[in-house]
Design a protein around this ligand. Sequence first.
Ligand SMILES: C[S@@+](CC[C@H](N)C(=O)[O-])C[C@H]1O[C@@H](n2cnc3c(N)ncnc32)[C@H](O)[C@@H]1O
Length: 284
Amino acid sequence: MEIRTDLYLGDCREILENLPDESVDLIFTSPPYADQRKQTYGGFHPDDYVAWFLPISFQLMRVLKPTGTFVLNIKEKVLNGERSTYVMELILEMRKQQGWLWTEEFIWHKKNCYPGKWPNRFRDSWERLIQFNKRKQFYMNQDAVMVPMGDWSRTRLKNLSETDKMRDESKVGSGFGKNISNWLQRDMAYPTNVLHLATECNNKNHSAAFPEGLPEWFIKLFTKEGDTVLDPFMGSGTTNAVAKRMKRNSIGIEIMTEYYEMVKNELKPSELYLLEQQKGYDTN
Ligand SMILES: C[S@@+](CC[C@H](N)C(=O)[O-])C[C@H]1O[C@@H](n2cnc3c(N)ncnc32)[C@H](O)[C@@H]1O
């Protein structure tokens, strides 16, 4: 199976328009945050963020397969002593205007966050990964991300009463049974929605690069070999590098020539893609 890595230089608002309908299994991306990192790659006032992002999420919905997933890594910053609300507004508008389902929210806990002191808050050591889907039945390989049960079964479970062990918390209305007795003899358990990963910026030539473990976990969970992963804000190409290593096709879009060239040199776009570029298929 030939794995494609298609890289585009340009504004994803335009490039996305040329991607075919329902051709992507997972969109995994971290866009520029509002009013952040102005010096490095632009930025928006929080009040303009939703209007800027909605045409992009419209295209993302079009290119995503009905069984696909969109994971958006974003965190509202503090401006004038208050948390911005643009992420919440974006979620509401994506639901209302475009019909996205807000299916889950994961937390990336940055294990190696630098120490610091602020007058009215503590250091920020987590970011959101907001999961959107087109419909409630989407592809999800939960077994691919199981974790060792650890000491939990020996320590905490040992102290539970027989009644507690038999408790089925599906009664609380979540729809998912978790009768604890089912897990007593197991070595592996399903993970939580909190991911503990260190940032790895120092290893990359980009100020906001993902740690590889982040896209890796979501690619494992939401795709299989031969599927297609899209990162419309590619940066240093972490999503694409990991996708390639995991035998997934990938598409990356980056507006800054410097990053685009860096990723192109590192990842060597697929021959098929280069051929199409020669034929004038490419939009650059
Ligand atoms: C937060 S960074 C992504 C970092 C990436 N996840 C990585 O691991 O390196 C966002 C990237 O989006 C790029 N960008 C900003 N606006 C863009 C646009 N309209 N189209 C495509 N890329 C854009 C920026 O240049 C920046 O490299």
